[in-house]
Unconditional design. Structure first.
Length: 407
């Protein structure tokens, strides 16, 4: 569009220059009369400035122009003006008209996906721009660079993009399985893609860390979050079609997985945790203020996503789903981990499991704080109403909905 406008503007300037040149020649030789179409075409060709498109435009101008010779009382420009008719345009019409959208072209508003689908599909822009922390010591940065080169060769993944993050973000601490012992599934070890699905803010990243620590097998994600990848979750960029990872993190209601581990959390806390993530762009930071009110527009997308995940994985799932409650995971970590590992067909390493229980690793549990009640009366009615209307379904899934309170 811009290139076409520029080309036509150049042609118009060349045409006007040719007309001015011929007009000056006419004033030097009055008997020559006004410039004709043939004069303009011949001079333009002599100057080697005439293209096929320019020729057509000049022909069109002379076809619609009124070329009556000027008299003593008339001015030359009138000879080139176009009479105002229904279909013709004044001289200003030779500038490029504004683009008119065709009837077959879809409206951009209609093709924009819902906010709930496109909200956390990528790394938050603040992941790098908000790195206002002090850089790590030079010796630590050098050690990190050497470490990345080593892991890049061992795992066959690309880590050169982590140079920025390695200056500010420390590696995730590994207490029970060292990074050098981390691996992908071996060829033929697994032929299934298992989703670790949850509503945002329900402990998904924390659960990934626990699973990697106890099994030594890397986990993946549909988001390719550079922050997580460059701080130790080396399976983050693995293609979602791959079966090399133990589970694949997702907050979406799609993916056509072969099995699902669904991590469910008290909605009173999950909605607020999701809001904290959107406000800070961090998997671990909490809000610095006590008084929080979730805007109604944001809350509308929160509840849509909540219902969407429930419908997809609970009501309409056609694959095996293992239901894991966040609150139970915090209270009885050993029992819940054993259940998940059995569902994933993983042999339990008792030594590593004991190590995890001793560590109680909470690096990716978002820091909590005492907060005022963040919901309006309308929002409160929705959350409580949803819990009340799904009591029977929740009980069938062995989810303790009676513990779902604000406090």
């Amino acid at each position: 569009m811009l290139r076409s406008r520029r080309r036509k503007l150049i042609i118009l300037v060349l045409f006007c220059g040719t007309v001015v040149f011929l007009t000056r020649q006419r004033h030097r030789a009055p008997e020559a009369g006004p410039a004709s179409r043939e004069d303009v075409l011949s001079v333009a060709k002599e100057r080697s400035v005439l293209s096929a498109e320019a020729s057509l435009i000049i022909e069109d101008i002379f076809l619609h122009a009124k070329t009556t010779p000027p008299t003593a009382k008339t001015t030359p420009p009138k000879a080139y003006t176009t009479p105002p008719t229904a279909k013709t345009t004044p001289p200003k019409a030779y500038t490029m008209p504004p683009r008119v959208k065709s009837k077959t072209e879809p409206e951009s508003v209609k093709t924009t996906p819902p906010t709930m689908i496109t909200s956390k599909a990528t790394t938050p822009p603040s992941a790098v721009t908000k790195l206002s922390l002090k850089p790590l010591p030079n010796n630590v940065i050098q050690e990190r660079s050497a470490f990345f080169i080593k892991m890049q060769g061992k795992l066959g993944i690309r880590l050169s993009e982590c140079s920025v993050y390695s200056r500010y973000k420390p590696l995730t601490e590994r207490h029970c399985t060292q990074y050098e012992d981390m691996r992908f599934h071996d060829d033929g070890e697994s032929d299934k893609r298992v989703a670790l699905a949850s509503y945002p803010g329900s402990g998904n990243t924390w659960m990934r860390l626990l699973l990697e620590e106890v099994t030594g097998i890397l986990t993946g994600s549909v988001y390719d979050d550079k922050t997580l990848k460059c701080t130790g979750f080396f399976g983050e960029s693995e293609p979602t079609t791959s079966t090399r990872t133990l589970v694949i993190k997702t907050h979406e209601g799609n993916g056509n997985f072969d099995a699902v581990v669904l991590l469910f959390r008290n909605p009173w806390h999950a909605f607020l945790s999701y809001y904290r993530w959107m406000a800070t762009g961090s998997h671990t930071k909490g809000l610095t203020r006590k008084s929080v009110r979730i805007p109604d527009k944001l809350f509308a997308t929160y509840k849509s996503r909540w219902e969407w995940i429930w419908e997809y994985y609970v009501e309409n799932s056609t694959v095996p789903v293992y239901f894991l409650q966040y609150e139970k995971l915090k209270v009885n970590l050993e029992s819940e981990l054993r259940g998940v590992l059995k569902f994933l067909n993983q042999t339990i390493n008792e030594e590593k499991l004991k190590c995890i229980l001793n560590q109680q690793n909470d690096q990716y549990k978002r820091s909590s704080m005492e907060s005022d009640f963040p919901y309006t009366d309308t929002q409160k009615l929705y959350i409580q109403g949803w819990i009340d209307s799904h009591k029977r379904d929740l009980a069938k899934l062995n989810i303790d909905w009676q513990s779902w309170t604000w406090n």
